[in-house]
Design a protein around this ligand. Structure first.
Ligand code: MIG
Length: 750
């Protein structure tokens, strides 16, 4: 414990508070964010921008038992032992320490407490709600649950009592009557967030190693907090547009013929497809960066023929490198000291290839070497990399804590690197793919805060059960709050056998996931859309078609996401923060600002009780205008209830596309009301947009008038045709706009 405060000083923009037993630093990163920390042993893996914003009015006042610090907007009290109390300038309480000693008699703590090196306990407010923490199972609101951050490979069914899953994002948003705030604990060791609230008055977090280093963000609503967090850790860079297409996977498509057959069937059944995934069996004996001569004898030619058909190939890559003296990846890794050690010896565990060793991704030269190995996959035409098993998972027990990894800042033990292992593997992959000039497409299973700068994620091994379809909603929303916008679940469920009904309902949810991929395990029922019955196939096609229409809308959302960090999949209160009843809504979500999806996620249901925020909403399928808190919607198996906000403007690709490709025509669905929308267009592939090579079309809707204007023309391929579909209380009307010039407003009376 820090003990009593001795003094405080301000050096440039950093406050240093000296206690009997150590120092604590305080920095106001901006008017809305304060960082409280001890000296770190090594730089953060997560934070890329914590530069202090100038122009703040910094001062402090030391009053014996407490220091009062301010930046002119936030007021922070620091007490003995480092306890804190944070206010806004109008005196509203944000967060307040309770006591640094957990009162075990009150049994507020859990067993986890034993392993923590430090703990910070805070008062919880009545009805305070908590959100975020990445991929944890259970409801959106994390109050009354406890979680641990320790990336774990969990093949069993994910349930709400599980403390950890694959990802670790030690960030949450708290909302109570006087404040909305976020806390990011920038610590990679096993950490614990306890919102159990057993004593009805407190919550705590802590970590089992490293230093105390946390940021508190203060804002008006959850969106402003997510944006502040994104400013610290970075956002997902605009993806290649085809990555928003439909993706098909299976563990495994065993050989070229089988994989080709899948592509052919998609064509035969007229379902759009952009990507096929190759799981571990494409490799030669699970040796990473090899391909099987037997099963994929002419892989380069095959990938190239797929490519002329518009299909991309993504291959899986695990971190474990097979121990095999005659295998060049192993040889070079050994020669250049790229593998983790236990004492003086290379550490060996088992994964798919049998005895395997683990790359030291914490070191730049290892990351570069890993990238060099990717050259082979790039040279045969692979378009994206799927990183699995990077918790890291291991078959012969977990890696001991004292396994060491070389790094750019000394050796790192496993207990410190574990939660960022997948993050660093993704970074290595990103850096190599970046050099191709195309926007990297990577999928990772494990991650840490900030991995979203490099990679998309999926939620790991779910199962073909209704509970996991339901879980997909809060899980994707929570990941979005935690900075991870490019998310998806294995559509249909990975383990177990999907029923036709479950499959149908899953595609009705999955078609809105940024990462839209059907994937299943080798011993489960085949899960491609035609493997069920005609009805399932028709439903599947209907929702993949819907997805392809919405791709320009999703791409626009990614453009905004890259700037601010707003996730695509959001809870309703992200857009309507005053509607607190949605804090506990786990069966609806929004895609961006305009679409509200209220899917059926229970077996046998053909109706849905839809909760709507205030305002006018259009039923997507019937154009019927609905209003009111709750409505009961008929939802037979082929209907996923979808509602569009009044005043919405939604860009669509034309119907019937089989691949994502550059389009000459765009259709704007416009829904009566007032609204404004900017549609973004670029080459969908390269980083040229960063040099201004893009177009923007602005549409303003004011009841019965619209105004369209090309406000930026940096990319030569403008749409040749714009079509407006106007939805209003008297029905649907359609018309075309075919000539437009830069900065010339076109007015249309509706
Ligand atoms: O131990 O590569 O989550 O998607 O199909 C299982 C085989 C390893 C786990 C992944 C899953 C993948 C499977 N992998």
């Amino acid at each position: 414990m820090l003990g009593k405060i001795r003094n405080c000083s301000l050096d440039k923009s950093t406050f240093k508070i000296n206690f009997d037993n150590g120092d604590l630093y305080v920095e106001f990163i901006s008017f809305q964010m304060v960082r409280i920390f001890q000296n770190r042993k090594r730089p953060s893996f997560a934070v890329i921008n914590n530069k202090i914003v100038g122009g703040q009015d910094l001062s402090f006042n030391f009053k014996g038992k407490k220091v009062e610090l301010t930046n002119g907007n936030l007021l922070l009290y620091v007490f003995n032992n480092g306890l804190i109390k944070l206010f806004t300038k109008d005196g509203k309480i944000v967060i307040e320490s309770k006591d640094d000693i957990i009162d075990l008699d009150k049994q507020n703590a859990s067993d986890e407490i034993e392993n923590l090196k430090f703990v910070s306990t805070f008062l919880s407010h009545e009805n305070e709600a908590f959100f975020g923490l990445g991929d944890k199972a259970g409801p959106l609101n994390k109050r009354n649950y406890e979680f641990a951050n320790w990336n774990s490979d969990i093949p069993q069914a994910h349930v709400e009592t599980m403390k950890s899953l694959y990802k670790s994002i030690p960030f949450f948003v708290g909302i109570h009557d006087s404040s909305t705030y976020g806390v990011f604990l920038d610590n990679t060791y096993r950490s614990v967030f306890n919102f159990l609230n057993k004593d009805n008055e407190s919550f705590y977090f802590g970590a089992s190693g490293g230093e105390l280093d946390y940021y508190i963000m203060v804002g008006d609503n959850i969106k402003s907090i997510v944006r502040l967090f994104s400013s610290l850790i970075g956002t997902y860079p605009l993806p290649q547009i085809w990555t928003l297409g439909n993706q098909q996977s299976r563990w495994s498509y065993w050989c070229e013929n089988e994989a080709q057959g899948i592509v052919d069937s998609y064509k035969k059944y007229k379902i759009p497809l952009d990507v096929i995934h190759l799981d571990i069996d494409y490799m030669d004996g699970y040796r990473v960066f090899t391909t099987s001569e037997k099963r994929f004898p002419k892989i380069k030619e095959w990938i190239s023929s797929l490519s002329s058909d518009g299909i991309k190939v993504v291959t899986i890559i695990d971190p474990g490198v097979k121990v095999d003296e005659s295998y060049s990846v192993y040889q070079k890794g050994i020669a250049n000291n790229h593998f983790a050690k236990l004492g003086k010896d290379i550490y060996v565990n088992q994964v798919w290839p049998g005895d395997s060793v683990f790359p030291t991704f914490s070191s730049k030269d290892t990351r570069l070497w890993w990238g060099d190995n990717l050259d082979y996959l790039i040279s045969i035409g692979v378009s994206g990399i799927w990183n699995d098993m990077n918790e890291p998972a291991s078959f012969k027990g977990p890696l001991p804590y004292n396994v060491t990894f070389k790094s750019d800042n000394g050796l790192i033990r496993h207990d410190e690197i574990h939660n960022v292992y997948g993050h660093l593997m993704a970074e290595a992959t990103y850096d190599r793919l970046f050099k191709t000039g195309k926007r990297p497409f990577i999928i990772t299973r494990s991650c840490f805060a900030g991995t979203n700068r490099y990679s998309t994620v999926w939620t790991g091994d779910n199962q073909s059960i209704w509970d996991h379809l339901r879980l997909a909603i809060p899980q994707q929303i929570s990941l979005g709050i935690s900075g991870v916008s490019f998310v998806g679940t294995d559509i249909g469920g990975f383990g177990g056998d999907a029923t036709p009904e479950l499959m149908s309902r899953w595609i009705e949810v999955g078609c809105f996931s940024p990462l839209m991929r059907n994937h299943s395990a080798f011993n489960s029922k085949r899960q491609e859309p035609w493997m069920f019955d005609k009805l399932t196939l028709d439903i599947y096609r209907k929702y993949v078609n819907l997805r392809y229409k919405l791709i320009p809308y999703m791409y626009d959302l990614f453009h905004i996401e890259e700037i601010y960090g707003d996730p695509l999949i959001r809870s309703i209160f992200y857009n309507f923060p005053e509607e607190k009843s949605f804090f506990n809504n786990n069966d609806e979500f929004m895609l961006g600002e305009n679409l509200l999806i209220s899917p059926v996620v229970t077996s046998g249901s053909v109706t849905k009780l839809v909760a709507l925020p205030k305002g006018k909403w259009f039923d997507y399928w019937t154009n019927e205008i609905v209003e009111g808190e709750y409505i009961i919607k008929k939802a037979p198996l082929d209907v996923c209830p979808i509602f569009v906000k009044s005043g919405a403007i939604i860009p669509n690709f034309v119907d019937g596309l089989q691949r994502v490709s550059s389009q000459d025509k765009i259709i704007f669905d416009i829904y009566q009301g007032k609204g404004k929308y900017v549609h973004y267009q670029d080459d969908g592939e390269t980083f040229d947009y960063r040099k201004g090579i893009f177009n923007q079309y602005e549409i303003v809707l004011d009841d019965d008038k619209i105004q369209i204007e090309l406000i930026k023309n940096g990319y030569e391929k403008l749409y040749k045709e714009i079509e407006i579909h106007y939805h209003c209380d008297s029905g649907l009307s359609q018309f075309k706009i075919d000539k437009f010039e830069l900065n010339k407003k076109i007015f249309v009376k509706l």
